[in-house]
Design a protein around this ligand. Structure first.
Ligand code: KG4
Ligand code: ZN
Length: 324
């Protein structure tokens, strides 16, 4: 089964053709980083207009690269939410139009479920497994019982991990996109220089706003040109990875689940991937999507349309939503 996927929930316009949810024939991504750089973050109105400019060339390239004609596609899919409404509308309308024109079903996809499904690409992973979903808007530990049956075991009560990465990067005068650049800086620093606190929270909670404040307090002690950015980044990154992996293992033991996965933009983080990899020595099977399937992309959308579509009587009536 060939599914065409479109992703446009934030600042990436992407289109992809995926066979049977696992084999990617094409995955074209047009990033808006250069455009939002000067604003220091994503401006929703600008992003939506930029999606309009990119969507048709990106769709055409996805067909070309896959050497597939629109008539050969079995279903067209797009992210329905959560995300920026104006941005989502561009992808949703493009996918619905393709489905009507070519008389094939339209499949709506939840963005968070799509991130989880990135783990099915190029692997033989089958549920049950526990997934740590860390993105710009979400931080969750999810028990994936089956392809379409999931339970949230823990989630953040305040900032998402990606959001904190972006905010701490800004405190350290690291430009947008902060997360990936902060990760690079962290790899050059000493993680033991600063002992940032770990939030005391309930079993089913994360909290990262205190950590952000602790970094701010430390940053203020230095003159801007004497700020030990690499050491701050490294110590911050260690605390984040410690906190996330500790809770992941806690639930893995509690539920006696031996298969663990990472998902979302922060799944590209070098320290987090290293820590997950180390769990293999403790008998866990671990999965982390290829870097190009961690941050927003349409291959995960097409995979999700195959494994975990949004169920509805008439999918053409599905509307975009901003929050889950
Ligand atoms: O999943 P994603 O592309 O978009 C959302 O659905 O939110 O995630 C974007 C987030 C941003 O906050 C970005 O800073 C973060 O992922 N990110 C990283 C890394 N690469 C991207 N954070 C830490 N380390 C990275 N290597
Ligand atoms: Zn995302």
């Amino acid at each position: 089964m060939l599914i065409f996927g479109i992703e446009s929930s934030c600042d990436e316009t992407s289109a992809s053709v995926v066979r049977n949810g696992r084999e990617v024939l094409s995955n074209i991504i047009s990033s808006q980083i250069k455009i939002h750089e000067k604003f220091g973050g994503v401006v929703p109105e600008v992003a939506a207009r930029e999606h309009l400019n990119s969507i048709l060339p990106v769709i055409n390239e996805a067909f070309d690269k896959a050497s597939v004609k629109p008539d050969e596609i079995d279903a067209f899919s797009s992210t329905v939410g959560p995300g920026l409404v104006g941005c989502l509308l561009v992808g949703l309308n493009a996918a619905k139009t393709l489905s009507v024109v070519h008389n094939k079903p339209f499949i709506g996809v939840n963005h968070l479920n799509a991130h989880v499904c990135a783990n099915f690409i190029d692997t033989n992973l089958v549920p049950p497994f526990i997934c740590l979903l860390v993105s710009g808007g979400h931080t969750q530990i999810i028990f994936v019982k089956n392809y379409d049956k999931q339970e949230i075991l823990a989630q953040t009560t305040d900032d998402a991990v990606g959001e904190v990465y972006d905010k701490v990067a800004r405190l350290c005068s690291i430009p947008y996109p902060g997360g990936i650049l902060l990760d690079k800086s962290a790899q050059k620093g000493n993680p033991l220089v600063f002992n940032f606190p770990e939030a005391k929270v309930k079993e089913d909670e994360f909290s990262f706003s205190g950590l952000k404040t602790a970094v701010l307090r430390e940053v203020k002690k230095f003159k801007p040109d004497e700020l030990p950015i690499d050491d701050i980044a490294s110590s911050f990154q260690k605390r984040v990875a410690d906190t996330l992996i500790k809770k992941l293992i806690y639930f893995a033991k509690k539920l006696n689940v031996k298969t663990l996965a990472l998902a979302g933009g922060v799944a590209a983080n070098s320290e987090l991937r290293k820590r997950l990899e180390m769990l293999k020595e403790e008998g866990y099977q671990t999965y982390a999507p290829n870097l190009k399937y961690c941050t927003d992309n349409a291959a995960m959308v097409a995979s999700c349309a195959y494994f975990n579509p949004i169920k509805s009587q008439n999918s053409l009536l599905l509307e975009v939503f901003s929050r889950d």
